[in-house]
Design a protein around this ligand. Structure first.
Ligand SMILES: *[C@@H]1O[C@H](CO)[C@@H](O)[C@H](O)[C@H]1NC(C)=O
Ligand SMILES: *[C@@H]1O[C@H](CO)[C@@H](O)[C@H](O)[C@H]1NC(C)=O
Ligand SMILES: *[C@@H]1O[C@H](CO)[C@@H](O)[C@H](O)[C@H]1NC(C)=O
Ligand SMILES: *[C@@H]1O[C@H](CO)[C@@H](O)[C@H](O)[C@H]1NC(C)=O
Ligand SMILES: *[C@@H]1O[C@H](CO)[C@@H](O)[C@H](O)[C@H]1NC(C)=O
Ligand SMILES: *[C@@H]1O[C@H](CO)[C@@H](O)[C@H](O)[C@H]1NC(C)=O
Ligand SMILES: *[C@@H]1O[C@H](CO)[C@@H](O)[C@H](O)[C@H]1NC(C)=O
Length: 374
């Protein structure tokens, strides 16, 4: 069935004339309708839902919100103060206790909400941080400051958990940050290794993307990541694709052991010839779901390396971070990130985003792994 869907879809991607038939799939259900692009949703087992808002449409306001009610009211999370950063008026101390430049959020295996703040390390040395909020009290549980590990030129992108360790991708240099969640010790590894560096510029809807402010082609280094449900493998890739994996035992050991850190490139294995991707998620069987930003698809990458098509739909415009909830549904944020003001648009428009913005759900019949989710 999946194969027939794939062949069916491909025949439409090669039209003889300009009239491209639209791809639509009724399995996509609307979960949220928004006025501002979102690059990631996450949920708790009891039904709370959170979003990371990406203000690439030129709007200002909260970066992390909770969705409340049937009319999709967005409440700043945990409060307005955390969401009130202003670089021209705020202090260095504020940069340690406010979202400066968040990149991702997710509910962790402990049930806390974890927020990745890339910060602005050129100007605020403690602004790069991983924050966990207790969702019962809505108070800060812990903040890991990562500026020393990322160095001034690095930007943390996302996080995944593996027991007492966390792994973060870092996308402006190209590296992995290993973090001991108990001690807070962190170390950058695989810096500028071929597996963490983008070989090609980011691509979406069939075109390379250029930075709007400079006109330069944009390279997004280490970005998507997953940990296998048994904790054995760490999978990762630059946003343009080519997925690699490494056994987590080497990454964890490299945190303390300089020799292991130097030997890490020897343990990296190629895993899959993936395309330009906005985000991924993994299920309890180890299947990785990822978006294809050029072809408006979600694909399934099995642990043995086989790839199948889950869904193709023209509405899946730059699906960024993907979330798998405990009801076996993927949350797909059609963020249209590539059409936002970060990237050069046709005719010098500031953005070509079409509103409203949709978050879709699709059933996959698999649950999330306990290692990753509450
Ligand atoms: C930041 O503060 C400056 C000075 O008060 C103000 O002009 C600007 O509008 C503020 N920016 C935002 C995003 O609130
Ligand atoms: C640092 O601050 C300067 C001056 O406000 C600003 O132009 C620059 O963009 C900031 N750096 C980053 C990485 O945001
Ligand atoms: C804040 O930055 C300073 C200077 O880089 C550093 O010495 C200090 O350890 C940082 N504080 C934290 C909490 O990371
Ligand atoms: C969150 O706070 C509640 C109430 O104080 C506490 O019982 C729970 O253990 C906390 N959760 C975590 C993950 O620390
Ligand atoms: C560090 O790792 C190397 C191999 O990667 C190993 O030979 C050495 O014994 C380790 N050192 C310590 C102190 O564990
Ligand atoms: C790989 O896994 C997929 C999905 O479980 C399965 O359909 C396929 O037969 C497997 N292929 C091989 C070569 O083992
Ligand atoms: C686009 O805008 C930039 C800066 O605003 C300007 O330098 C450039 O000439 C414009 N290009 C076109 C094709 O209008």
């Amino acid at each position: 069935m999946l194969w027939s869907t794939l062949i069916f879809g491909l025949s439409f991607s090669l039209p003889a004339h300009g009239d491209v038939t639209k791809d639509r799939d009724d399995r996509l259900k609307t979960a949220v309708i928004l006025d501002t692009p979102t690059t990631g949703a996450s949920t708790t087992p009891d039904g709370r839902a959170f979003l990371k808002l990406a203000r690439v449409d030129g709007t200002t306001g909260s970066q992390v919100v909770e969705i409340v009610g049937d009319d999709y009211t967005l409440i700043p999370y945990p409060n307005e103060e955390w969401n009130s950063w202003n670089a021209s008026t705020d202090s260095a101390a504020d940069s340690e206790r406010k979202y400066v430049s968040t990149n991702a959020q997710r509910v962790g295996p402990d049930g806390n909400l974890w927020v990745i703040d890339s910060g602005d390390l050129q100007n605020f040395s403690n602004s790069s941080k991983l924050i966990s909020f207790n969702l019962t009290t809505n108070e800060v549980e812990r903040i890991y400051y990562l500026g020393d590990a990322t160095t001034k030129d690095g930007s943390i992108n996302d996080v995944r958990f593996n027991g007492k360790y966390a792994c973060l991708t870092e996308y402006t240099i190209g590296s992995i940050i290993v973090l001991d969640l108990e001690t807070g010790d962190a170390r950058m590894v695989l810096r500028e290794h071929k597996s963490t560096v983008a070989l090609m510029p980011l691509s979406a809807e069939g075109h390379f993307l250029r930075t709007q402010s400079t006109g330069e082609l944009e390279y997004i280094h280490a970005d998507q990541e997953e940990v296998s449900p048994d904790g054995k493998y760490f999978y990762y890739q630059p946003a343009i694709g080519y997925m690699w994996r490494i056994e987590t035992k080497y990454l964890n050991d490299a945190l303390k052991n300089d020799t292991t850190a130097e030997l890490l490139p020897n343990y990296v294995e190629p895993f899959s010839l993936t395309p330009s991707t906005g985000g991924s998620a993994i299920d309890a069987q180890g299947n990785i779901y990822y978006s294809d930003g050029d072809r408006q698809e979600i694909r399934i990458l099995a642990p043995n390396g086989t790839t199948t098509l889950l869904v193709r739909d023209e509405r899946l415009l730059w699906v960024d971070a993907i979330w798998l909830d405990t009801k076996q549904r993927l949350w797909l944020c059609a963020s249209q990130l590539n059409r936002g003001n970060r990237f050069l648009q046709p005719n010098n428009q500031s953005t070509t985003i079409e509103k409203p913005i949709y978050v879709y759900n699709i059933d996959v019949g698999h649950s999330p792994p306990r290692l990753d989710h509450a």
